[in-house]
Design a protein around this ligand. Sequence first.
Ligand code: PHE
Length: 356
Amino acid sequence: MGSFSRREHANKFHTTMIQKIENLIAQVNQFSATSAAEIEEFRIRILGKKGELNALLEEFKTVPAEQKRELGQKINALKTLATERINNLKASASAAPSRTTAIDDMTRPATDESLGGRHPVSLVKNQICEIFGRLGYTIADGPEIEDDWHVFSALNFPPEHPARDMQDTFFIEKNPDILLRTHTSSIQTRIMEHGQPPIRVVCPGRVFRNEAISYRAHCIFHQVEGLYIDENVSFADLKQALLYFAKEMFGESSKIRLRPSYFPFTEPSGEVDVSCNLCGGKGCAVCKGTGWLEIMGCGMVDPNVLEACGIDSKKYSGFAFGMGVERIAMLKYGVKDLRLYFENDVRFLHQFDKAL
Ligand code: PHE
C-alpha cells in the first residue's frame, strides 16, 4: 500500500540528489570573501571531511547503478568548481592582505612593519637648536625663495662686490631680484627688521649655492645660524657661547680656537675650529694631521648691518655665527661623503636612528 515502486523510488532519489548538487553549485558560485578565515570556513563546510561533498559521496554509494554515471559526473563537477573557486579566493586574499584579515584573529602576532626614522640632517639640526635653546635662543624660520635685499644688500654685500662670489646662487631670469637664499642669515635680516633687541635666535633651514656636487660640496645643504643682539654684547660672550656648543655637541673635553676671517656682515670675523674628536687633537686623516676641524663662521655684527635693519648701532651690539648641518653631522659621525645624505639609502639612514 501506498509504497513507491522500485523505479519510482529510484527517480525520487535521483531528483533530490540533483537538486542538492545544483544548490551547492549555486552556493559555490555565489560565495565570495576576502578574509582567509572565512574562505577556510567555507572550504571545510563544502570539501572538509564531514562536509557536503563527502555526504553526497556517502549517499552516492546507494544510488542505483544506472544513475551512477550522471550523478557521478555532477558530483565531480561540483568538486572541481569548489576547489578552483576556493583556491582563487585564497590566492587573492594572500596577495592583498587586508586589515580585516589581521583583525579577524586578535591573537596573531603583529606583522613586522619597518618604521621610518628621522633623517640624520634633521636629527643633528634639532640637536644644534636644542643646545642653543638651553642658552635661551628661540627658533626663527624664513622663506627659501628670497630677494637680494635680505640675502645680500642688507647684510653689507654691496652690488658687484667680490664678496658675492663666495656665495653664488640661483637666480630667476625674469626677475634678478628673486633668488634662492645662500645662507639663513636672510632670516636674521627679517628678525632685525621686525623687532628690537634683545634678540636671541637660531635660524635653521635649507640653503642653495651654485656649487659643483662632490663628496664635500652640494648645491643644496642645511644651516643653523645664530644671532644675539643686546646692550654690551662682546666678543667674549661669542666665544663662550661657541665653547658651550662645542662641548655639548662633540664632548666635554672639546676645545675651540678662532682664526681671523672675512664676512661682509661681521667685523671682526672668525672661523671656528673644534679639537678633532676622533684623534683627541693628536692629528689624524680626518683633521689632516692638524688636530682641528673647522665647524663654522662667526663674528660681531657689523654696525652697517644693524643700521640697515633699523637697530641703533650706538646702543646695541651683537654677534652672529653660522654652520653647515651636514658638515657637523659628518664630523661627529665620520661620514666621508656628503652625497650620502641626499641618496636616501635606508641602510645609511637607519644607522642614525641608533646613534642618536
Ligand atoms: N652666513 C655665513 C655663511 O653662510 C656664515 C656666518 C654666519 C658667518 C654668521 C659669520 C656670521 O657662510
